[in-house]
Design a protein around this ligand. Structure first.
Ligand SMILES: [Fe+2]
Ligand SMILES: [Fe+2]
Length: 416
């Protein structure tokens, strides 16, 4: 722990130091007041671009106009101005109010300075100078330099996360970075276009580039708000379900958590992991259609009562069908009581015929039922429930789902 902390600290200060060294050895020189004013104007635009960065859905990074604008500044005004603008104009309010720790603020400045330096080196190597962008060599140089900047930026962040979280760089790269790259690359043509426009018309016209950004920001924010509303509705519904059956208090939330973790362990994509958390929360929503006599029954069901209880899976699926955003979640709820050997309900599906999401919920559901007190039985210990899952693997549960669940139980509950 201590060693990792020291290594992380050395990494953060190393990047920050490299940035400070580059800034100190590249002091910008201005020709006249007009030159200063133009750079200042561009720096303000970079700062606005950073402040109006568009968040990607579900809080993973942002797409900012600041980056292509930094490319524009380097191409038009050279590396020294570019590095200083990259380091200073990207400071946000929370950096200045020291809401973000000082070493992180300096690390980010260092990283952007180093990336801007690499951009300018690549551009110069291919194009041979600064101040203009002529086709086709200039565009080629611009795209390669921008690629260098973006990849280096991603590598520096990824490596930092890998050290901090003590996970291999490759897994950080695959999980957190690869999917973001197309969004970043998509901004390159915008950067090249901005250089051309400034060359032809002057820097003031850059303000126009911010209009589509504002429209995108507003609509994306609406989309994010909508997802938050969905979450709140799903949470409220799950509380309503659990409230009807006091013995299962918190059951839906735990099934949602276990399902999400198992899905992640099994390597499902982020979208399915997220969806499983929602569907886990709502898996027993069909219980609203059951009578109190059944829900609150203490002791074993009669045949007829058991048949009625079985209906909750299909009632739940029919309710979910109306919530279009839950998509295939409807099938997961319909089949969350199927068994791997085909003896479950309502469809009697077996093995891989059962949708994977339903197999995950079934395992999470059973584990929570075993480890909480119910009217007709005392709860099992985690160790006992773990044994029971293994015993029922390949009859009741999908063996690979059980394996993933066991890993989570061992790591998080038994501390093995
Ligand atoms: Fe159920
Ligand atoms: Fe359940």
């Amino acid at each position: 722990m201590e060693k990792r902390f020291r290594l992380f600290n050395a990494y953060v200060w190393g990047i920050a130091g490299l940035g400070i060294f580059l800034l100190a050895t590249n002091i910008p020189k201005f020709q006249d007041g007009r030159h200063v004013a133009e750079v200042l104007f561009l720096a303000i635009l970079v700062a606005c671009g950073e402040a109006a960065a568009v968040p990607f859905p579900r809080g993973k990074g942002t797409a900012s106009m600041a980056t292509p604008l930094i490319f524009t500044v380097i191409v038009l005004h050279g590396p020294a101005v570019g590095m200083w603008v990259a380091a200073l104009a990207t400071l946000r309010k929370r950096d200045l109010s020291l809401e973000v720790p000082l070493n992180v603020v300096l690390f980010n400045r260092g990283m952007l300075t180093v990336c801007a330096y690499v951009f300018s080196k690549i551009y110069f190597l291919i194009y041979g100078g600064f101040g203009s962008l002529e086709f086709p060599r200039g565009l080629f140089a611009f795209i390669l330099a921008a690629t260098g900047f973006t990849l280096l930026n991603a590598i520096i962040i990824g490596q930092g996360l890998a050290i901090q979280m003590k996970v291999p760089f490759v897994s950080i790269w695959r999980r957190n970075i690869v999917w973001m790259l197309p969004n970043m690359f998509a901004l390159f043509p915008m950067g090249a276009l901005m250089v051309l426009v400034v060359q032809q018309v002057g820097p003031l016209v850059l303000v126009l580039f911010y209009l589509p950004l504002i429209v995108t920001r507003v609509s994306l924010q609406k989309y994010i708000d909508l997802w938050e509303t969905y979450s709140e509705i799903a949470a409220a519904l799950s509380i309503a379900i659990d409230a009807r059956d006091s013995y299962t208090h918190g059951h839906s939330v735990r099934v949602s958590e276990y399902s999400g973790k198992v899905a992640k362990k099994l390597g499902l994509n982020d979208e399915d992991v997220e969806l499983l958390k929602y569907v886990g929360l709502l898996h027993d929503v069909g219980k609203v259609g059951l009578s109190d006599g059944i829900l609150k029954k203490q002791g074993p069901f009669t045949y007829a009562e058991y048949e009625e209880m079985k209906n909750h899976a299909e009632i739940g699926a029919d309710i979910i069908k109306v919530m279009k955003f839950l998509g295939k979640g409807e099938q997961w709820i319909r089949h969350h009581h199927e068994r791997w050997d085909g003896s479950g309900f309502p469809g009697g599906l077996a093995g891989e015929e059962i949708p994977l999401g339903a197999r995950i919920i079934a395992c999470a559901d059973a584990f929570d039922a075993m480890t909480t007190d119910r009217p007709y039985k005392d709860k099992m210990s985690y160790e006992e429930a773990r044994k029971e899952l293994i015993r029922c693997s390949e009859t009741q549960f999908d063996p690979k789902v059980v394996k993933a669940m066991i890993k989570i139980i061992d790591q998080e509950m038994l501390g093995k």
